[in-house]
Design a protein around this ligand. Structure first.
Ligand code: PMV
Length: 315
């Protein structure tokens, strides 16, 4: 009889996108439209036959996650178990290997990219015939494990990539590419502090309960910045785009989701000349996007000298 391990039919690498939110984080949780761009190959995954029970490995982070490990309650275990259960793979023998190229808890969508890359690899490995939308939906369930009531933006970007407008209302989810924009290079700098989405979303919820009018005013301003910023992207008007980023950041600061480390990155960058900048993702740490006025390489060098790691993203 063939062992379960022979069932793996595709061991190629499969990848998922990370993301940067250009406009609308937090507001998107309450139905406001957001605009986000993807980071290619943020996480890669492949599945291989194995002689033992299903396990997930992330060699570069020294993580091994066995499906049947007693008492393992961390997020990665719960995500892996959910994926295996939903795909009917709990009894299969395989090794799922992940290669992340972005850090976790940085607002770059690592958890959603881990879910999507894993599901894509398993889908191919076991010829499950899932559509992109099936993959997106299962990754959304994983995001619910990660932070309660996600907007769904991260898993959608992780699945489809591109530059997407995204909106979730009480009854529907709509997303579409924003096409015809001029190419823009953004610098993404890591503040060095981890940001935890669930905590930040809870903090905004609590502020909204205490000060509904203030929060609504900030959400309206964020939406206006998205509209003006999208127009500037279409017209290649970098000065206006940068201004919209900075105004969106001011709103996020008023929502209470910036922090000392993020503000430090902004002040280093401002000295080097940027059209504008904002935190991206949930904040409380994590990453900042910067629109440089000159050669991005110069800004990257200054950030490095100030102790901040950064990368370039083409939008
Ligand atoms: O920090 P991240 O990558 O998890 O992004 C969170 C974005 C929020 O708008 C704050 C939450 C959400 O679910 O959209």
């Amino acid at each position: 009889m063939l062992k379960n391990c022979w069932a793996v039919m595709d061991s190629a690498w499969h990848s998922a996108f990370g993301k940067i939110i250009l406009f609308g984080e937090h507001a998107v949780v309450y139905g406001v439209k957001a605009l986000a761009a993807s980071i290619p190959d943020a996480v890669k995954a492949r599945v291989q036959a194995s002689e033992s029970a299903a396990a997930l490995h992330i060699p570069s982070w020294s993580i091994t996650c066995e499906l049947n490990q007693e008492g393992a309650e961390d997020l990665l275990h719960r995500m892996f178990a959910l994926i295996c259960d939903e795909l009917g793979l709990r009894d299969k023998q395989f090794s799922l290997e992940l290669e992340p190229n972005i850090p976790t808890a940085s607002g770059l969508g690592a958890s959603a990219a881990i879910a999507v890359a894993s599901i894509r690899a398993l889908n191919a490995g076991f010829r499950l015939g899932l559509s992109d939308e099936n993959i997106n939906q299962l990754a959304f369930q994983c995001e619910e494990l990660a932070h309660g009531k996600p907007s769904g933006l991260d898993n959608t970007l992780a699945t489809y990539g591109g530059l997407l407008e995204y909106q979730r209302s009480a009854t529907s989810v709509r997303f579409a590419p924003l096409s015809g924009t001029q190419p823009v290079q953004l610098v993404v700098a890591l503040s060095g502090k981890k940001g935890f989405t669930a905590d930040m979303v809870a903090a905004v919820r609590s502020l909204k309960e205490r000060e509904p009018e203030l929060v609504q005013r900030l959400f309206n301003k964020i939406d206006a910045m998205r509209v003006a910023g999208s127009k500037a992207l279409l017209e290649g008007d970098l000065a206006t785009l940068g201004h919209c980023f900075s105004e969106n950041h001011r709103c996020l600061r008023e929502l209470g989701v910036s922090c000392e480390e993020i503000e430090k990155v902004l002040s280093v960058a401002e000295k080097q000349g940027v059209y504008g900048a904002k935190l991206t993702g949930s904040g409380g740490g994590g990453a900042v996007i910067l629109l440089p006025q000159d050669e991005p390489a110069t800004l990257l060098k200054h950030l490095k000298r100030a102790g901040f790691e950064s990368l370039l993203v083409n939008v």
